[in-house]
Design a protein around this ligand. Sequence first.
Ligand code: MG
Length: 351
Amino acid sequence: MTEFLNCPIPFHTGFSAQEKIVMAHGGGGRTMQKLIQELFAKEFTNEFLSNEHDSAQLPMPSGRIAFTTDSYVVNPLFFPGGDIGRLAVFGTVNDLAMSGARPQYLSAGFILEEGFSIESLIKVVRSMKIAADLSGVKIVTGDTKVVEKGKGDGVYINTAGVGVIEHSLKIEPSSVCVGDRVLISGDLGRHGIAIMAARSGLQFETTIRSDCAPLSPMVLALVEAGVQIHCLRDLTRGGLVSALNEISQKARVEIKIRESAVSVLAEVRGTCEMLGLDVLSVANEGRLVAFVPESDVERALQVMKRFEVGEQSCEIGAVESGGRSRVLIEGLIGVTRVLDMPSGEQLPRIC
Ligand code: MG
């Protein structure tokens, strides 16, 4: 996929490789119109977008829908394993998937900085299209605004997403109960460390790639297999530690996990140690934690392991008791400690 994104521009013959984003005064209005017609409308084309109306008109399913929004300000815009466009689609798709919803529609809002290279914008937009296709969503409405040079950082993207909930489960923190088992879908810490390594000025190089990926196919397969999912959360900002603490607080339960069960690549662990980061608090963009009844653990793991994003799924702990919100971790040498919420922001601009 990276190779595909690196191919030269002629796909969009309306632009030259040297063109930059310009403000709306002077000839800017025309450039923006050309961008919308030659780039966004062509890349994201679908029956809803091509209506070219002020709002997309969408068929509404009966029952529940899931609706979410997120803004993406990642720095740098391109990093090993992904880019801001891929992140803006998968991040929002994954938030829909955490309700067990089938992602359907996305909006995409672009804040472009004057002087941003159109070639880079084309790469981002094409990456979003590929990510949307992989996730089974359509980008049905969008917006672009340009801000003065120095007032932005190339491009910021906001996406909102709508998904259909086709089951009767209540997949949410308050459904978590005592006895539930805690599963994670793979090794942790790759996204945050890939971003850190890609940032200019860092004195180390790694081969770590972001885990950035859509989780909805795996989640929908769990629902289809009849797994009684109580809660799901993607392990983004704040990583596993934040996710478990948030769920424990909402459900008022004590969760205990085993550090030895959590898989971390040696290179990720080494980099975290070097930078003084707790790998369990580092962001992931293609990992989730699932709370399921003990009787469903085996079936859930079987389903999750069928997917590349879930190949290394495993059980890491359980909900031990109710009435008290706390997360405990049994460390590698057998000592149990409290796993508190990360203090402050460990890694800014990671998504
Ligand atoms: Mg989330």
